[in-house]
Write a protein that binds this ligand. Structure first.
Ligand code: SF4
Length: 407
């Protein structure tokens, strides 16, 4: 599931509320933009200043017939193979065959005169500074800020999507910023963000933009966070893992039929993604959204936890997240807290060592507990760390190592 706009403790809050500062560029003054983004004056890296990012002609350029690319915010897509009369995109398991004029399932790739372009390059529709805990990442640089961006589009069709206004739209349809990769990194630095997060919608669909941004970020000691559904092919994923430092992947269920009906995807590629990320040494956390009547079967959750343990993920934090009725599943109730607690207990019995409950602010399962001596080492309230007792990544009471990236 797209991160956080749906995980917000303001249950039921619409995207418009969550993204209230976002306005059309042509209606947003430079002063308002700077106030929203929290930009201070000046940056050692920046010679032109943030104000130059706000360009009132952002919506003027859409399609330029006769030009060499479909519009201003586009870049030739990676991982595309020319076939006889069409181009196959090999970014994700859909492997769309795109003839001239065709658009991919993700709405972010177009075949323009025989060449496939990403049209999600430098045009984020969401730009926020979030706590890293909001991704959620609980064992990765706690209490730090993450400069979070999204471009419209997704390669899944989740019935429960809480960010559907941006995930189920084309980058042409949303109200966007004009923010090239260098400027994203500037924004992260100026906002004292330790990381840049590619999140909210589905970053696989803005891969080229995220990859270029992440590469520049590393040059400035800013790390990169990938919040994704995990529906991506191995070759692009392995290349991506060279520039990302942490990932939170949604494991939406442990049943291929549910994946097909609820998400328009398949389970096996997501399991492969988890293995690849682990094998590449990227810090990994996993989120499972527990949806009443869809993904709340404890037998299935037990099988999922068994698979995770059998494949070496015992120390990967697992977040059971509370469902909020939105989009096409508004008839369902909120997930009962007792169901989330049962899921947590099931996973811990199977051997998962760090299991959290999300979207229930104040629940004790937001805390990090040492599996060895049961000491509460990190205490959280919502996305705020109120106490962190860990010492150099070890339990303050018994000295047991707590896996994570702590500094
Ligand atoms: S990234 Fe988009 S165009 Fe490429 S295969 Fe996936 S859905 Fe199709």
């Amino acid at each position: 599931m797209p991160e956080q706009l749906r995980n917000a403790p303001t249950t039921g809050g619409s995207l418009k509320v969550a993204l209230h500062p976002i306005q059309r560029l042509d209606r947003m003054s430079k002063r308002d933009f700077l106030r929203f983004i929290g930009i201070g004056a000046g940056c050692a890296l920046c010679t032109r200043g943030w104000t130059s990012l706000v360009q009132n002609d952002a919506w003027a350029a859409v399609t330029h017939a006769g030009e060499d690319k479909p519009w201003r915010w586009s870049k030739e897509a990676l991982f595309c193979v020319k076939k006889d009369g069409y181009v196959q995109c090999q970014k994700c398991p859909h492997e769309c065959a795109l003839a001239p004029g065709d658009v991919g399932i993700c709405r972010s790739r177009v075949n323009y005169d025989g060449t496939v372009y990403s049209i999600a390059y430098g045009n984020p529709c969401a730009v926020h500074v979030d706590p890293i805990e909001k991704k959620p990442l609980f064992h990765f640089l706690p209490s730090t800020r993450s400069f979070s961006i999204a471009v419209a589009g997704c390669n899944l069709r989740c019935l429960n999507c809480q960010n559907w206004e941006i995930s189920q739209a084309s980058p042409r349809e949303t109200q966007n910023y004009d923010l090239m990769p260098e400027s994203v990194v500037e924004g992260a630095l100026q906002n004292q963000c330790a990381t840049i997060a590619y999140t909210y919608s589905e970053p696989t669909t803005f891969y080229e933009y995220a990859y270029d941004t992440a590469t520049i970020a590393h040059r400035h000691a800013v790390r990169n966070v990938w919040k994704s559904c995990g529906y991506i092919n191995e070759v692009p994923l392995r290349q991506l893992c060279k520039v990302i430092d942490a990932a939170n992947i949604d494991l939406k269920s442990f049943d291929d039929k549910i994946y097909r009906e609820l998400n328009s995807a398949n389970l096996a590629p997501i399991l492969d993604t988890l293995k690849v990320i682990k094998s590449e040494g990227v810090w990994l956390e996993i989120t499972n959204l527990v949806i009443p009547s869809w993904t709340d079967d404890m037998g299935m959750i037990g099988r999922m936890a068994d698979w995770l343990c059998a494949n070496g993920f015992q120390d990967s934090p697992l977040h059971f997240s509370r469902f909020t009725p939105l989009y096409k599943l508004t008839q369902l109730p909120l997930t009962p807290v007792s169901t989330l607690e049962a899921a947590r207990e099931t996973a811990m019995k199977a051997g998962m060592r760090y299991v959290y409950i999300g979207n229930v602010p104040g629940h004790e399962a937001e805390n990090t507990i040492c599996p060895n001596c049961k000491s509460v080492e990190i205490e959280r309230k919502g996305f705020t760390v109120v106490r962190n007792a860990l010492r150099a990544g070890k339990c303050s009471k018994c000295g047991a190592k707590v896996p994570g990236v702590w500094s």
